[in-house]
Design a protein around this ligand. Sequence first.
Ligand code: SAJ
Length: 425
Amino acid sequence: MGAGHIGLPTACVIADSGFQVVAADINEKLVDAVKKGRSIITENCLEDLVSKVVKAKKLTATTDVTSATKDSDVVLIIVPTPLGTAGPDLNAIKSAAKAVARGLRRGMLVVLESTIYPEGTKKILQPILEENSGLRAGEDFYLAYSPERALPTRSIEEIRTNVRIVGGINEISGKKAKEFYGKFVASEVLDVGDSTTAEFVKISENVYRDVNIALANELAMIAEKLGVDIQKVIDAANRHPRVKIHVPGAGVGGHCIPKDPYFFINKAQELGLNVRLIKTAREINESMPEHVVELAENALEKGGKTPADSKIAILGYAYKGDTSDIRGTPAERIVGELKALGFKVCIHDPFVNYSNGTAIEKDMEQVVSGSDCIVVVTDHSQYRNINISELAKKMRKPGIVIDGRNIFDPVSIRKAGLAYYGIGR
Ligand code: SAJ
């Protein structure tokens, strides 16, 4: 249930391992594309795999979740839990659960893969399934949690090869889930003993990343003031066998890392706890787009430019390199704030075609030509190979580079006659 960014690659991997799979989704466009052996989800190798398993008649698609459930032995719920005003929004899980419950039969296994609050499988999902089916979880049907942990751009490979975490609402449910995932996961399937622990694992992983990126960003702020290059510091510090400092940058985007900390923040509040570190990390990372705007604004002012006579070229709109995914991208805020300040902004991205009414160009030369300032927002591979001296020729004086992903060598940029500002360098 749910044939989106993770659901569809998962359906394909399972179908490719020999199971008969039906991808059920409320989005007709998505379902129609799958029926034709195509994908409207962009993910490496996905198009080919959808086509292969549909041709082999191993994967079909439907918008009728209840009948898809009736025809199945295992149901995986893989729907989004986007950040709403009061925290992560669980409505998709709840409505999927109702539709699944109406098709539930004895002996089936239901697994939730979407990120949810700790205790969510037992306290949110289980009652909906039981009330709408009249069956008892853990007795009449089995219920487990197994977080999807695949990195967008490498989803197919990671669904197949990452260690798979499972936890049941009772022992037999965990055992059934482990047995199922063991049929197509190439590495270990780790039963952590219960669904709440499995939920906790998933949120912890993304919080770990958020807090570590925030630390890198905070160190970068100190380095910037001291005139120290944070990348030199990180490269040297990471030679220590027990240190792994993350990469400071223009902001943390995507649909997981900026949202998942709120599962802990809200749950902790309910438990009477104040999780200061997790909240502060969010604040630091959320402030980074604004910092990038300030760097550009200050550098242009120093160069004697006003917003009215400045053109800014944004390189990259996606939330991370080499993807067209713009969910939660820091670029949206950077562009919005620069425009609000009165700057003329042009955007280049090799993969992204649109953004809320703003044209995104594919021709980098056109975007960069005549600009006073370049702001790198996304670390697309192609930007790392830019010919700096050619770039300098196309820009207007004074020529400023704001490197929001620390992908350039400051020395070569300055040698080319451009001013360089990175995050912490
Ligand atoms: N970023 C930094 N500095 C870093 C690393 C990343 O600023 O050192 C930024 C990136 O530019 C990007 C954002 O963070 O804007 C997130 O990118 P990401 O590649 O780190 O993570 P996601 O959101 O694409 O995928 C994460 C993954 N989680 C972990 O690595 C712990 C993935 O495995 C999960 O499946 C996914 O979240 C999810 O669905 O939860």
